[in-house]
Design a binder for this molecule. Structure first.
Ligand code: SAH
Length: 276
């Protein structure tokens, strides 16, 4: 073994890249689809990091069991609190910054995942501020979340409370495990990291960025099965294009997402001049 100088403080001086740590019974599911395309290239380039940790490695009995029957009866099995807590502790020990990273549990009972929460998670600590261009430089320093993937009927409530896990849902339907939900969350985060998307502006007028769904998109050919591209988009008049897109985005949001539209119309406030 090599001896290290006692005076150095590598943990505070080392630059940290955004890292997702996933606790799962199926680490082989990662990076999975995040190993290709935009996310995969960014992963290979070291713009973000992924650590998939096997919860079963923290099992203590002979059979490496991680689950047991629900107290009070009922179908299925529940992830044991002691095993999962030990897995979280082990991840903390291995982490540079265990304390300031969000700790999430993928869970159908959780708060629904929104684009603004995704932006907060991509931004790391100092959460809650909107993502602005001036913020982009700070983002690389974000530690990224620890994400627990449930299985079976879910996890023992005491580990949720004892380890301060924030339950996050990706929608009102039940998956067989948290892994696909975690992949969705990580994918949504990494496309907001600096350098991951081609152009920084390409995220600026996407769905939800202004509380609206995105306008329809078109590209060549100019006519497809008798349907032309709307004339206005070929006019070269940027102001008219922007106005048309705005009208389309509002109409779509009103028709498909009245819940978002209500929020949007209640938020009518002076024109936002700080972002764009
Ligand atoms: N019995 C639970 C469902 C367990 S599903 C219930 O009725 O609430 C097994 C695991 O899949 C969960 O622990 C969770 O980690 C994951 N999961 C299922 N649906 C999800 C969703 N909509 N969002 C996030 N995670 C989900």
């Amino acid at each position: 073994m090599t001896s290290k100088p006692m005076t150095s403080k590598p943990k505070t001086s080392k630059p940290t890249i955004w890292r997702a740590t996933v606790l799962t019974l199926f680490p082989e599911m990662f990076p999975g689809p995040l190993g290709v395309s935009l996310a995969g290239k960014a992963l290979a380039a070291g713009l973000w990091a992924l650590e998939a940790r096997d919860i079963r490695a923290s099992a203590t009995d002979r059979h490496r069991s991680v689950d047991d029957t629900p107290a009070g009866g009922g179908p299925g099995m529940v992830l044991r609190a002691d095993v999962l807590a030990a897995a979280i502790n082990a991840a903390d020990v291995a982490s540079d910054r265990p304390t300031d990273r969000p700790r999430l549990l993928m869970s159908p009972r959780g708060r629904p995942l929104t684009q603004s929460r995704v932006a907060e998670l991509a931004a790391g600590p100092g959460r809650g501020r909107p993502l602005t261009q001036s913020r982009v430089a700070e983002l690389a320093a974000g530690p990224g979340p620890l994400i627990v993937c449930g299985r079976f009927e879910g996890v023992d409530q005491r580990v949720i409370e004892g380890r301060g896990l924030e339950e996050v849902s990706i929608g009102d339907y039940v998956l067989s495990g948290g892994e696909i939900a975690a992949l969705a969350l990580i994918d949504a985060c990494i496309r907001l990291l600096p350098g991951v998307m081609g152009k920084p502006e390409s995220g600026a007028d996407e769905s939800f960025s202004e509380g609206l769904l995105e306008y329809p998109q078109y590209t060549r050919p100019q006519e497809f099965e008798g349907r032309p591209i709307p004339d206005i988009l070929l006019s070269g008049d940027h102001a008219r294009v922007a106005a048309w897109r705005r009208t389309q985005a509002e109409a779509l949001t009103k028709a498909r997402r009245p819940d978002l539209w209500v929020i949007k119309t209640n938020q009518k406030r002076p024109k936002n001049t700080t972002e764009g």
